[in-house]
Design a protein around this ligand. Structure first.
Ligand code: 13P
Length: 310
């Protein structure tokens, strides 16, 4: 049955001239069938650079990620298998909140984490992801004398501030999945696996990051695990990545830092919904053109700082 479904997805993908992009947190079955799986930055780059022959993208991730693809490539149809797959972090700041903050600090540049709505991106000078936040904030700080406004993730913002010493005004948003990882959980995982290296995502709290061996984005963790001589790792990010780490490093062992590391929104997409999305090319993700154009400028700025002008 599942095999039949997989074959139908592959057949429909050809018929629709579609590509399937998936985030590292998607369920195994989706990662397996996707044309490309990656972190937020890699997916943004892919979405900016689609072949002319493609007509549609089925984006398996949460809504803001599919929206980012729609911002970057308005000529393609961008579809998400489950449009209720939201991101509570991105919902923690509204356009009005950001307008008020900008009025309070009129000469401050605004850096928005990619986990934000198109409206927030449209009001920002430059976007960033977890893998380039430090570089982007340094760039923003170098172009202004005022503190840098950073929205909406307080943990990522605080991590960048502590690494760079840059004066920042940081919004108080957080990812409910990463924010609740307790240092004690990491410490007991380490006690159980004393030779394991701890890799933590910068959306975790400072107390958790401070006891990690490395802080990295999801794709950063994949690179570290592949290159390291260590054979055991404790992973403080959403559990979907553990599956990919195991698949790409079969001789190494990976343990999730906490059973709480499951994002319910990332888990909403499944093969049945992916099949339906390919069949109907719905639900489509659309962004009004005035917002899209301004949000595009913020993402394009990030890609140019990060070495890809697209
Ligand atoms: P990445 O930048 O590693 O893709 O992280 C995205 C994210 O939403 C983390 O919760």
């Amino acid at each position: 049955m599942e095999d039949l479904l997989r074959r139908e997805i592959i057949r429909l993908k050809e018929v629709r001239k579609a590509v399937i992009l998936a985030h590292n947190y998607q369920i195994d079955e989706i990662q397996d069938i996707a044309d490309f799986t990656g972190d937020s930055l890699e997916l943004a780059r892919r979405a900016a650079d689609l072949a002319d022959s493609l007509e549609a993208v089925v984006f398996c991730g949460v809504y803001f990620m599919a929206e980012t693809a729609a911002i970057l490539n308005p000529s393609k149809k961008i579809v998400i298998p489950d449009e209720t797959a939201g991101c509570p972090l991105s919902d923690m700041i509204t356009a009005d909140d950001l307008r008020k903050l900008k009025e309070k600090y009129p000469s401050s540049p605004v850096v928005c984490y990619v986990n934000s709505s198109a409206q927030i991106k449209a009001l920002s000078d430059v976007c960033c992801t977890s893998s380039n936040a430090e570089r982007v904030v340094k760039y923003a700080a170098s172009s202004a004398r005022s503190p840098v406004i950073f929205v909406p993730d307080r943990n990522l913002g605080d991590w960048v501030r502590r690494r760079t010493g840059i004066d920042m005004i940081i919004w108080d948003g957080f990812c409910p999945t990463h924010d609740r990882v307790l240092p004690d959980e990491i410490l007991s995982a380490r006690a159980a696996h004393p030779s394991a290296k701890v890799l933590a995502h910068p959306e975790c709290r400072a107390a958790a990051l401070d006891i990690a061996d490395e802080v990295a984005s999801t794709s950063g963790m994949l690179k570290i695990a592949a290159a390291s001589s260590a054979t055991e790792f404790i992973i403080a990010t959403e559990s979907g990545l553990v599956w990919r780490l195991k698949k790409e490093n079969p001789s190494k062992r990976f343990y999730s830092a906490s059973p709480k590391l499951i994002c319910p929104n990332m888990k909403k997409n499944d093969l049945h919904k992916l099949h339906r999305a390919l069949e109907s090319l719905e639900p489509e993700v659309r962004v009004p053109e005035d917002i899209r154009a301004r949000a595009h400028a913020a993402i394009k700025k990030m890609l140019s700082i990060d070495g890809s002008g697209k």
